[in-house]
Design a protein around this ligand. Structure first.
Ligand code: FAD
Length: 449
């Protein structure tokens, strides 16, 4: 690692760090991104795990995102090449037979969208559907008028307060919480629930999901890194930062785990929430501005990824398994992992139950629950890996919102980026990109146009 001085050092090469880096590099800054892992992309990455290609967990791009597609366009990535668009998602109930198909692309698949919403009466009766109306209306009203009040409720509390039937809570609200950000409705903030879906309402026509056509590092992150390097910036892998350098109250650079130091006018801490706390604590412990972040609760995420002798499902699409430990899953052998006959990625819920469970027990539990969903997973599985992270997410539970920090800090030379920092799209790829953009504004001391 050489000792030259950079305009800005960014710690972390997830979408937050890369988004911040590209904003700054495009405005003439010399940026150096330091990444602890041997591959870039953080929670949007793929790598080889003892001979099996894995990813951080299956991701779906939501069609109404705005900041992420803008970043991708500037890196020369064509959305329609990077993604396969999915026009439906599926809910499977744990009785081994009931399934429902829901259209999510009103423009491209209008009939399925309408019939999914009004049909599927095995999943939701007419009474269940009607019971959701006041809940949705009141949630959207409170989101606009008093979001912090909405953050005092869990989805389950808010649903019961507004008369949602238990069938609707179990079969539609559970998939949309456990299957999206891992926590069940009684632990998932009503603010995050409505806040994530509300931006889609005015852009309803854009609603569709995209599956990645390849590992996320390969098809999304690598081209962004290449763009940054073409602008004179650098991304260093295997470069864990061990401490922030602070002189007379100003952050002046970083120390790396190999003992070297780097100086810069500005440092952007763009790690996941737990690593950010770890790096900030020794330098700023006890300072008023840091206390909310120190109190921000974190949560784990656990996925199991399986190679199969044949595809588990006839389509690659997001599928939800309420009433089981499989919050959501996706067949991927026609999209993200094409080199194998069958490939499925499953997000487990609640994650705390699995974070320390041995891999073999997780496999057994998942196979049992897959049986309940009418899926013969055990017979088809040829290999699997469990990917787990103890505390990379801030917990999307009631009360977290007021603890999320702004990107601008009171410390000269220091800004924060990352999905946990304050931006309107919570713990998503879009949220991470938005946070990077706001961190770049903090570095430059002005709004970006
Ligand atoms: C299983 C799963 C499914 C998901 N599904 C979706 C989805 O469908 N749609 C969606 O929009 N979002 C989804 N997400 C969320 C999305 O991936 C994240 O919100 C987003 O990628 C976070 O980006 P980030 O840059 O904030 O953090 P990260 O991607 O976590 O990046 C932080 C980086 O900092 C690095 N780092 C940490 N400490 C140090 C250090 N000391 N020195 C140097 N580097 C360090 C890390 O190695 C990492 O690369 C999912 C996430 C997971 C895990």
């Amino acid at each position: 690692m050489n000792t030259q001085k950079w305009d800005t050092l960014i710690i972390g090469s997830g979408l937050a760090g890369l988004s911040c880096g590209l904003e700054l590099a495009e405005r003439g800054q010399r940026v150096h991104i330091l990444e602890a892992a041997p591959y870039p992309g953080g929670r949007t990455s793929n790598w080889s795990d003892t001979g099996m290609e894995v990813e951080s967990g299956f991701h779906k791009y939501i069609g109404f995102y705005q900041a992420l597609p803008d970043l991708l366009r500037r890196a020369g990535i064509k959305l329609n090449t990077m993604l396969t668009w999915e026009k439906t998602f599926e809910i499977r109930l744990p009785d081994g037979e009931t399934t429902g198909e829901y259209g999510i692309a009103p423009l491209k698949s209008p009939i399925k969208t309408v019939s999914g919403a009004f049909g599927n009466s095995d999943i939701l009766s007419a009474v269940d559907k009607a019971s959701l109306m006041p809940f949705v209306a009141e949630g959207l009203r409170l989101l606009a008028e008093d979001p912090m009040e909405l953050d005092t409720y869990s989805v389950a509390e808010f649903a019961r307060k507004h008369g949602v039937k238990e069938g609707a809570l179990d079969n539609i609200l559970t998939p949309l919480t456990s299957g999206v950000l891992f926590l069940p409705p009684d632990r998932y903030s009503a603010l995050v629930f409505f806040g994530l879906f509300a931006p889609g309402l005015p852009r309803f026509y854009k609603l569709q999901l995209g599956a990645f056509n390849g590992g996320m590092t390969d098809v999304m992150i690598a081209p962004i890194v290449a763009k940054l390097e073409s602008l004179g910036s650098r991304v260093s892998l295997n470069s864990p930062v061990s401490a922030l350098s602070v002189k007379e109250g100003r952050v002046t650079g970083v120390s790396l785990a190999d003992g070297s130091t780097l100086d810069a006018d500005h440092v952007v801490l763009a790690t996941e929430v737990s690593a950010a706390k770890h790096l900030l604590q020794p330098a700023f412990d006890g300072e008023q501005w840091l206390r909310p972040l120190q109190a921000l609760p974190t949560m784990p995420d656990v996925t199991i990824q399986l190679e199969l002798s044949e595809p588990l499902l006839p389509q690659d699409r997001a599928t939800f398994g309420p009433g089981t430990c499989i919050g959501s899953f996706s067949e991927q052998s026609r999209t993200t992992f094409r080199g194998v006959p069958g490939r499925v990625s499953m997000i487990l819920t609640p994650p705390e139950e699995f974070i320390e469970m041995p891999d073999e027990l997780i496999f057994e539990r998942v196979c049992e629950d897959a049986d309940k969903l009418g899926l013969g997973l055990r017979a088809a599985a040829t290999d699997y890996r469990v990917i787990r992270r103890p505390d990379h997410f801030y917990a999307v539970q009631p009360g977290s919102e007021r603890l999320r920090p702004e990107q601008r800090t009171p410390v000269p030379g220091l800004s924060l980026a990352g999905d946990y920092t304050r931006q309107p799209m919570y713990a998503t790829m879009e949220g991470a990109v938005l946070s990077g953009r706001k961190a770049a504004e903090a570095v430059l001391g002005r709004e970006l146009d």
